[in-house]
Design a protein. Structure first.
Length: 319
């Protein structure tokens, strides 16, 4: 248990330090709103797509053998999405808040924290399984994120046809979805491995994604809102830190998962809110301050929940 907590702190501290840097820059007027807007757009359109594309292209796993795990992950995601949508429509009045709240609950940081903890628990085999799981579920994450965040542009003149057309257009032009579909297509075709300058350039762009996203998120943090027990950020954080991990365990048991597959499902679902959620909220006109607050709080607290949950599951021989 102690080792798990120490590992969680080791994983989360670099992220917290980068967000702290962004917060420091904002408080000392070293990060203007124009800088945050431009940097967020750069991450969303170039850096995150590179990260997702090369994560999938470089993985070496048989997709068919992971179908039960992947279906379980999809079920968890849909339950979280539908449940948080119902809650948001009932208790949250502002459209710019609703989509960010929903995304903060169902979308976890699989690409960074999830994969890192899976690799620590299960080594290379776990990393390969986690990469395939991440690649497929991330497409669903982005589809659902575009759907829930698209409500920001809703007007009295909207119809079902215009709304559907808008959502389809945003999905078809979303850089993250394009990158993931391109990666799966590349792996399916008999093409040579990507090496040399192309891969090096992609790796450099991918390396920028998380640090710059976290700096921008830190520069947008509102401490008073984040720490308010009655605030939306706290409500969404409870959904991500408490409800999502418990749901993952219940669904995993329902699908008969155990060992490495239960471990991957739990660690991916229990990860803090994804850094990409802030970037996408910013890009699509959502409440980016709320997104940053959810990201900050779940990043601080969520890792401890992951460690505790993993220790309990390990104690019962489930992972």
């Amino acid at each position: 248990m102690t080792a798990a907590i120490i590992f969680a702190i080791t994983i989360v501290m670099p992220n917290l330090m980068l967000m702290g840097l962004g917060f420091f820059m904002q408080r000392h007027e070293q990060a203007s709103q124009e800088f945050i807007d431009q940097a967020s757009s750069f991450v969303f359109n170039y850096c995150l797509p590179a990260l997702l594309f090369f994560s999938v292209v470089d993985s070496e796993v048989d997709y068919a053998k992971q179908m039960v795990l992947i279906v379980a992950g999809i079920v968890v995601t849909f339950i979280l999405f539908i449940g948080s949508e119902i809650y948001a429509k009932r208790f949250i009045s502002k459209p710019a808040d609703q989509g960010v709240f929903v995304q903060g609950i169902f979308r976890s940081n699989m690409a960074i924290i999830g994969l890192a903890t899976v690799a620590n628990a299960y080594g290379e085999r776990g990393l390969s399984i986690g990469a395939v799981y991440m690649g497929i579920v991330t497409i669903l994450f982005n589809v659902l994120a575009v759907i829930t965040l698209s409500r920001v542009s809703k007007s009295a003149d909207d119809t079902w046809v215009s709304r559907s057309t808008m959502v389809i257009k945003k999905l078809a032009t979303n850089p993250l979805i394009i990158a993931l579909l391109g990666a799966f297509a590349y792996k399916a075709l008999p093409l040579p491995p990507l090496t040399g300058m192309i891969h090096t350039t992609g790796d450099l762009l991918a390396a920028v994604a998380l640090p710059l996203a976290l700096i921008c998120a830190g520069a947008s943090i509102d401490l008073k809102s984040m720490l308010s027990p009655s605030g939306l950020s706290m409500q969404a954080s409870i959904g991500r830190i408490v409800i999502a991990p418990l749901l993952a365990i219940a669904v995993g048991l329902g699908f008969g998962l155990s060992g490495i597959h239960m471990g991957v499902l739990f660690l991916m679902a229990a990860s803090p809110t994804a850094a990409a959620s802030y970037v996408m909220a910013k890009a699509m006109g959502g409440n980016d301050i709320l997104a940053a607050n959810i990201l900050a709080f779940t990043t601080v607290v969520g890792m401890f929940g992951m460690a505790i949950g993993a220790a309990i599951l390990r104690g019962f021989g489930l992972m």
